[in-house]
Design a protein around this ligand. Sequence first.
Ligand code: NAD
Length: 501
Amino acid sequence: MTRQIASVIGGKNEPTGSPYTSTNPARPSEAVAAVPLADAPTFARACRDAAEAQKEWSRVPAPVRGRVIASVGRLVEANTEALARLVTEEIGKPYAEALGEVREIVDTCDFFLGEGRRLYGQTVPSEMPDKNLFTFRVPVGVAAVITAGNFPVAVPSWYLVPALLCGNAVVWKPAEYAAASAHALYRLFAAAGLPDGVLNIVFADGAATYEGLELALSEGTVQKVGFTGSSAVGRSVGELCGRHLQSPCLELGGKNPMVVMPDAELDLAVEGALFSGFGTAGQRCTSLGTVIVHRDVHDAFVRAYVQAVQAAKIGDPNGDVLYGPLLDRKFAERYEEYLTWIEPHHTVLPGPTGRMEGEGLYYHPVIVDGVRPDDRLFLEETFGPIVGVTTFDTIDEAIALANRPGYGLSSSIYTTDPKAAFRFREGVSAGMVSVNNSTSGAEAHLPFGGNGKSGNGSRQSGVWVLDQFTRWQAMNWDYSGRLQKAQMDVADITPDLAFRL
Ligand code: NAD
């Protein structure tokens, strides 16, 4: 049965808008949810409502806000199966992975519920007597959060949880094709007792979102933009924010390299390349883009990789499979375009490419051996079940190849030589480095984020994200009873700098 859902602004449903239907990619003729998409003025209105609600919310003591986050975590945990099933139904993510995705929200809540009691400022010594200096974390105000749908609930929670904990209000614009999953998560947050207007969910297409955001930024109702999505859209959102003197949190695409050194445990590397290249059908921002394998082990690696891919099960995401369908028709169409980037000098393994027989958006796994540094397949993100393979001779060459596409989200090296692991860490431009582990698999308390085309250096998760959702306020308090001037009225202790032993 098709669910009827709608945007919720200030606690009220918004039943009007242009109709959109999210579908089940395993059976695209099956509707998952019908949702009216809002226009730009509606998005801007949500930001005004949020700004109003934020005033009260910021006065709720941080430990009390932490208790609300604790309740969100409990509610998500108690609804794990229902939420994970919905994610599987709506975007085709294998159920086991969907359970992991829901777990990530619980972990995020577990981390931040305590942060409510730790939102520390500092006391800082002054240059002058009878004067104290302090720092305070101040909420930014309203955060407009725009998210992709490949992690329809976990990645949004990386924004929503810390933003709310820090005393901000949020207007969340999820991906259209993951509307039902997002709406379910919204309801769990609302059930935790958030006052109306503190968290708002607005369903809209990209154009209306951009226009609505522009309106809201002009009206001064948004102080922070969180954007997770493609590098192309991230660039335009970043430009818009720059015009309004704001620094957004941009979490964008990736072309994540895996280096396999000649001393690597090949079985482990193959297992990692299978999971990160083809898990979620290669539709993670941290999915493996290119395996950069040492010439001496290239043939053995490729042989084992092809065997592993051939043995993997692809199909109904409710079953025990490596991957299910692509997220949505839009992604299937785009993926078919990436397949046209295969060139005559490439070797395509195990063989068939393109869509599998049947109704669902299932695609064959593709390994493209012999990619070269100037190939489009080497340089650009190819969201889908396709992995490139290239070779190297020296570690410096491997690092240069890893950095060449200009993204910088995740990276990995398989080696038994600590020197190689540290050389790689120092040289690679990625925000995240795995050693003897795949390019995928974030933990809720480690910084997550990228550089270059993968983002503007912002970090989510752990204590690091607090700097996205608070601004430091410095206070000085002079109780000397006179005007003490910094730098000028400072005591001077004269050293004897000519002294020698
Ligand atoms: P997308 O950029 O097309 O859309 C992302 C979100 O932005 C959606 O909600 C969409 O409706 C909205 N949007 C689209 N155009 C817009 C515009 N002009 N202005 C404002 N909002 C707009 O991304 P996608 O194709 O849905 O998602 C896949 C991409 O997201 C991949 O590149 C993937 O690597 C990336 N991603 C990154 C991370 C990360 O944390 N770095 C996580 C998940 C996905």
